[in-house]
Design a protein around this ligand. Structure first.
Ligand code: HXC
Length: 510
């Protein structure tokens, strides 16, 4: 019996070495952790339970039967993050470059199926040379099975991808369909075709880093949601993110202990909005002052900075925040910011996370590049996302809410539950100057008259009271009471129920 137990230990020991010490050293030499080291950092200490440690591939071509490393290049299983169940797979680059075989894919599919069945998040750590070349179409079939599961799990359990090495070819489409993608700076990249193919086809010369590195995907393409300095930091941030999320679409987000009075008064908010309507201020200051303990988990911080999205907690409960940022492009809505916010609103709605919208928006960005780029369609995404959302929604207008952007940004007309405005709000079709120049075109050459018209318009419309008189704004509130107001509003909405007509699914403009 002792021998048998020893044999098991020995087999496990060999399996844990993956592709061997030499390749592990090479992995470390690149500043990367191994698949198992990553899993252990991600999960609570001692909580990881591995599946399929002894699975091997079944390929007999190209001499593959000679080597059948246990685990076949991916470590899979489950464990906990701060006590909450998650399923995880972590590709092992030391085994055949983490390439995806039929059996490798089956291991991933198994834990994805279990995650959906048991209602827990899936976290995928990607570090792979892509389809296992020796297996051909079996490998592609394996990817297809993973993709299908990504789609079926979407909106059912949160899916998080961490890119910690190469991720190329069609392989990028599994992470692309997950809810959040994190990358590691200088050691991860994602692209559909690599630099060599790009050179052949388009004659462009570009490095892997420029083509699909963390900076490219967090700043330019918006494929990735965040980038971190190294593996350790990225995994710590996944843990922090998971803390904000519900386990599945039927579960409430976790409630954390909080030490911040929900009725906290913030006198500094009374002077946050500058006297001059064109002077910017930092909307993040407001977010931090409203959040429990000033804790804000920002998503896509480096992309479309004219809108800010992320998670806070109010009374210990997760709330998704969408906020115009007057510091960047005056907080205008454009293609990128609309897409960024729309996807976030849909994530929150899918997972029953209430939404707080903070508004200071002068409208949509004009111009040919926006129109040619389809701002109509992309702007409609945000409109659609808010209009279809049934989660509790609380909205605060701090200053400008002009035109179409007023309606789009969680207005009363799109079924937001509480719409508050600060006394500094201006809710109108457009700014006073632009409006005057249109309706008093005849006086365009008379600056004195024009100034008078502008002042009249401002007096009449640059305030929240016209909207409040119609019930489009539920209450004009003192800025310093905002945290108390929104905390009470969200508390009152905890049992919100709405029904919508049956449909197979909607047809959101894509
Ligand atoms: C089998 C692979 C492999 C692969 C790497 N390896 N990729 N084995 N299939 N796809 C093996 C290597 O042979 C090597 O084995 C070990 O992994 C480490 O690879 P290196 O090349 O030494 O590492 P590195 O220099 O870091 O380069 C990493 C790499 C490169 C950039 C990923 O290996 C590479 O270009 N691989 C091929 C990538 C590719 O074209 N994949 C197919 C893409 S198409 P030894 O034994 O020497 O250690 C695709 C379609 C998916 O993925 C479609 C889904 C629908």
């Amino acid at each position: 019996m002792k021998d048998i137990l020893q044999q098991l230990d020995d087999r496990r020991e060999t399996a844990r070495l993956g592709g061997g010490q030499k390749r592990i050293d090479a992995q470390h030499g690149r500043g990367k952790l191994t698949a198992r080291e990553r899993v252990h950092l991600l999960l609570d200490e001692g909580s990881f339970e591995e599946f399929d440690m002894f699975v091997t591939h079944r390929c007999t071509d190209f001499g593959m039967e000679q080597a059948k490393p246990a685990g076949d290049g991916v470590v899979t299983g489950w464990g906990t993050i701060n006590g909450r169940l998650v399923y995880v797979f972590s590709q092992d680059f030391t085994v055949l470059g983490g390439s995806v075989s039929e059996t490798h894919a089956k291991k991933i599919c198994k834990i994805m199926d279990m995650a959906v069945q048991n209602g827990a998040p899936i976290i995928g750590i990607n570090d792979s040379g892509g389809a296992r070349i020796q297996e051909g179409v079996d490998s592609l079939a394996g990817y297809g099975e993973v993709f299908q599961r990504n789609i079926e799990a979407s909106g059912v359990v949160p899916q998080i991808s961490v890119i910690m090495g190469p991720c190329a070819g069609g392989a990028v489409y599994s992470p692309a369909m997950t809810d959040f993608i994190f990358m590691v700076k200088d050691s991860s990249y994602m692209f559909v075709t690599g630099p060599d193919v790009v050179k052949t086809v388009t004659n462009e010369q570009v490095t892997a880093e420029e083509l699909g590195g963390a900076s490219t995907h967090t700043r330019k393409s918006s494929v990735a949601d965040a980038a971190f300095e190294n593996d350790v930091e990225a995994l710590a941030e996944v843990r922090r993110l998971v803390d904000f999320l519900p386990a599945n679409n039927q579960a409430k987000p976790p409630v954390r202990p909080f030490f911040d009075d929900p009725a906290r008064i913030e006198p500094s908010l009374d002077t946050l909005v500058p006297e001059n309507a064109n002077t910017p201020y930092d909307m993040k200051e407001l977010i931090l002052k409203l959040a429990d303990e000033g804790d804000f988990y920002e998503i896509q911080e480096e992309f479309a900075k004219n809108i800010v999205i992320g998670f806070v907690r109010i009374e210990g409960r997760t709330v998704g925040v969408v906020a115009n940022q007057p510091m960047v492009l005056a907080g205008v809505l454009d293609i990128d910011s609309a897409r960024k916010a729309a996807r976030f609103v849909r994530f929150c709605d899918a997972f029953e996370i209430p939404i707080l919208t903070l508004i200071d928006v002068p409208g949509f960005l004009p111009g040919t590049s926006q129109e040619y780029g389809g701002v109509i369609k992309h702007g409609a995404k945000l409109l659609f996302a808010y209009g279809e959302a049934t989660v509790p929604m609380v909205t605060v207008i701090t200053r400008k809410a002009y035109g179409g952007a007023y309606v789009v940004m969680a207005s009363k007309h799109l079924r937001s539950d509480f719409n508050y405005a600060w006394p500094t709000s201006e809710i109108a079709v457009m700014g006073a100057k632009g409006a005057t120049e249109i309706i008093h075109r005849a006086d365009l050459n008379d600056p004195e008259k024009l100034a008078q018209h502008t002042a009249d318009y401002e007096e009449r419309f640059a305030n929240p009271f016209v909207a409040a008189e119609r019930g489009f704004i539920d209450e004009v509130i003192q800025p310093h009471t905002t945290r108390k107001r929104i905390a009470r509003a969200f508390a009152s909405l905890r049992n919100k129920k709405t029904t919508r007509p049956w449909k197979k699914h909607d047809n959101i403009p894509l």
